[in-house]
Design a protein around this ligand. Sequence first.
Ligand SMILES: [Zn+2]
Length: 359
Amino acid sequence: MSPDGIKLLKTPVLDKSKWMQLPRDVIIGHDALMQLPKVCEDLQVSGSVLIFSGKGTMNVAGSRVLSLVKEVADAEVFIVDKISPEIISEAEEVGAGVDVFIGVGGGRVIDTAKIVSYNCCRPFISVPTAASHDGIASSRASVPVKGGSVSLEANPPIALVADTGIIAAAPHRLLAAGCADVISNYTAILDWELSHRLRGEPISDYAMALSRMTAEIISKNADLIKPHAEESAWTVIKALLSSGVAMSIAGSSRPASGGEHKFSHALDQIAPGKGLHGEQCGIGSIITMYLHGGDWRSIRTSLKQIGAPTTPKEIGIDDKSAAQALILARSIRPERFTILDMGITEEVAEQLIAMLYED
Ligand SMILES: [Zn+2]
């Protein structure tokens, strides 16, 4: 503060430069897929394109993307059935010399395209077929490895083409999980502030404000998020994009990933394959918000309104395993300091789970 009480802006560090990579073209809406040739023209894509898609998503959107892109470039398809270091290496071999990658599908397809694009130093276009997590527009990707998953540096998309007709037709569970991932930004930010105060970790006011606002928009409109409604798909895709942009501004996933995410990664180890990423983060957010002394009940209410799970039991995880995950969370990415690193004991973890998830 200056002597007259006016808050002074922090002086930028002039001997450092910071990169923020953001999508250049964003198209969201009904039949947005049809805009792909125009997007390719705008981005001057005319050489070779490799489209990543899953077997199921080929029928939903991949085949249409292939024929649309073929209007302007040479295009081939690489089917991604699962994401693994082996599949990524194989995709890199197939993609050597390709000009642009396009990921058409859900999390594993988009993440594969993102990593391969980063490793091959070529841009990628994100075409999500579901709105289940904020990775559709972020620069981080998650790869399952033995005993858990690793978060890798990757390219954010150069363009996002989100067809709300396709996204609204996907199972509602996926959209609800995407909302829960966004709502968990509330606690991710609180963890970041805590780490700033206790550990001196640098923060970004802009990234925090954007991330918090995104969580607020979803929470305030929770009763309007309806199954299979294109308006809902619109709202959620914009929120996921905005979360991704917040991460790009911060240069890390910090604005959208705190203790609730470490809890989710711990659940992936203890009870693999039960809940979706966003579902687990939403459930974790209830507990970490309680630990921060915040309004955990309103998080629970928003999740319920949207149709996202609010207890471990709802995703087939027993209370004991959930308590273990709260303890294990601190050993995951230990450099990322959160409220779960403040000394929670197994006894307290069990009590919290019994208390906060009682109904
Ligand atoms: Zn997430």
